[in-house]
Design a binder for this molecule. Structure first.
Ligand SMILES: C[S@@+](CC[C@H](N)C(=O)[O-])C[C@H]1O[C@@H](n2cnc3c(N)ncnc32)[C@H](O)[C@@H]1O
Length: 459
């Protein structure tokens, strides 16, 4: 591969070599010192794997153009790589790159069910299951739309669903994405630069020059000869790292939980609410990342404040400015959304296969073999549970602040909101009251998790 790279105009290879490192596996070692900011490597435009190059290929291009609708960027790159891999002659340089790629990956989509079990309840588990299905479907569609149409270019025994998964994992774990000044983006694979491992100790130091089309890597810090050179893949949570790159960072500060909020279009006042969501930078279905540093983002509260508005609330909002939902709309609306959040977070936490403390204990006791698939999946579960615990704590704090500021909630029915002299407290947690048995029964499903948590806290 190196002689092809040099002949094609790559710069910097004489100071670098591939080497194995204990924590990251194969990576790039520098043979001389570099100062932070110095250019280490340039891979010229002509040998990058891009959609444009796939379409410019004299054999592959016409076939790609015949596929309607056109392939996605990901499928184009995956097909391009498999196409080159399948060639028995020609494409020597590119084939030398493909030959240097890993033969197998450890993305969660390739996990055995037993390994994936360690992250039941996480977004990774759900997305991995969905992906397993959609990859099969996408592959079937590619066979029909493209592969069987050009059997001379795409021999089916080299374009199996297993080959397709391998090619997707190659793209996910090695492609670089850049947003250009015109707002468009480019996804590319750069031979040799794709051997650089990730660390959060450097800032982003891989650069795409739109005028030359070259990809360069700068030193993200000072290096001594013999050091591993790193780039930064971005502030990626473990769930994404494991799905796309097949590794995790224990105690990853970027861990997050993607909270999905949605409302049925037939819900009351949907159209009016839709307008309010849009003016708040949201939509009727919103996926909002909860993070360790911001476990309960304002957007979550804004979404729910709007979702729970009744006719009178909507009338009030209509008279106010557009950012009216940025703060509390009314005590009852705020209490309702915060209770919903506390209960929802408890419900989500209950759906994790192994609770946080037990998982921490299992990891400390070495139940999962370190570095293995189940171990990595367990770390994803830890991260998401930590975020959800923080989010629930924040919602509980906000709830008690509103409740203490708005009078005793035990003076109002937790289900219908009516104040009445004849309320009876929930016999178990004694934290909420009901105007009658019907309201208590109706509210039970929503109240159950909080009831258990409150009752166990008060002993
Ligand atoms: C762009 S490639 C880097 C080269 C790769 N190590 C190889 O041998 O081909 C990305 C892959 O490297 C590995 N990797 C990168 N950074 C890592 C890290 N900090 N810890 C563990 N593995 C890492 C993961 O397998 C990831 O999917």
């Amino acid at each position: 591969m190196n002689s092809w790279l040099k002949q094609s105009g790559a710069v910097g290879l004489d100071s670098l070599e591939l080497a194995d490192f204990p924590d990251t596996g194969r990576g790039v070692k520098t043979l001389r010192p570099f100062k932070e900011g110095e250019k280490i490597l340039t891979i010229p435009a002509g040998i990058l794997w891009t959609v444009k190059h796939a379409y410019a290929d004299p054999l592959l291009g016409p076939a790609l153009r015949s596929a309607q609708p056109p392939l996605s960027v990901e499928d184009t790159l995956a097909t391009y790589i498999l196409f080159v891999k399948s060639r028995e002659s020609g494409y020597d340089g590119q084939r030398s790159h493909v030959a240097a790629l890993p033969t197998s990956y450890s993305s969660s989509i390739l996990f055995a069910e037993d390994d994936l079990e360690a992250c039941v309840g996480t977004s990774l588990y759900t997305i991995t299951k969905q992906l397993e299905q959609s990859i099969e479907d996408d592959h079937r569609a590619l066979v029909v739309r493209l592969f069987v149409q050009h059997p001379d270019l795409f021999p089916l025994d080299k374009f199996t669903v297993e080959d397709y998964k391998w090619a997707l994992c190659t793209v996910w774990s090695r492609a670089m994405d850049f947003v250009l000044a015109d707002g468009n983006s480019i996804r590319l694979l750069a031979p040799f630069a794709d051997m650089l491992n990730h660390t959060s100790e450097v800032k982003q130091c891989h650069v795409y020059d739109p005028s030359s089309g070259n990809l360069s890597v700068l030193a993200g810090k000072d290096y001594e000869a013999g050091d591993q050179v790193f780039i930064n893949y971005g502030p990626v949570p473990n769930s994404r790292l494991l799905r796309l790159y097949g590794f995790v960072i224990p105690g990853n500060p970027n861990d997050s939980y993607d909270l999905v909020l949605s409302t049925h279009p037939q819900a009351p006042f949907f159209e009016q609410k839709q307008k309010l969501w849009v003016s708040a930078g949201l939509d009727s279905t919103a996926t909002i990342p909860l993070t360790l540093t911001d476990p309960l983002p304002k957007k979550v509260l804004r979404y729910l404040r709007i979702q729970r508005l009744d006719a009178s609330g909507l009338a009030v909002i209509a008279r106010q400015q557009t950012d009216a939902t940025d703060g509390k709309i009314s005590d009852s609306n705020e209490v309702e959304i915060l209770r919903f959040l506390v209960e929802s977070f408890s419900y989500l936490l209950d759906s994790f296969g192994t609770p946080l403390e037990k998982l921490e204990q299992q990891l400390a006791e070495g139940v999962y073999s370190p570095g293995g698939n189940a171990w990595a999946a367990a770390h994803v579960s830890l991260g998401e549970q930590r975020v959800l615990r923080l989010a629930r704590k924040r919602a509980e704090e906000l709830l008690s602040a509103v409740e203490s500021g708005s009078g005793n909630v035990r003076n109002r029915c937790a289900n219908c909101g009516k104040g009445s002299a004849q309320l009876s407290l929930c016999g178990r947690c004694k934290a909420v009251a009901y105007c009658g048995r019907a309201c208590q029964v109706a509210h039970y499903k929503q109240h159950k998790a909080r009831c258990q948590a409150t009752a166990s806290k008060s002993g």
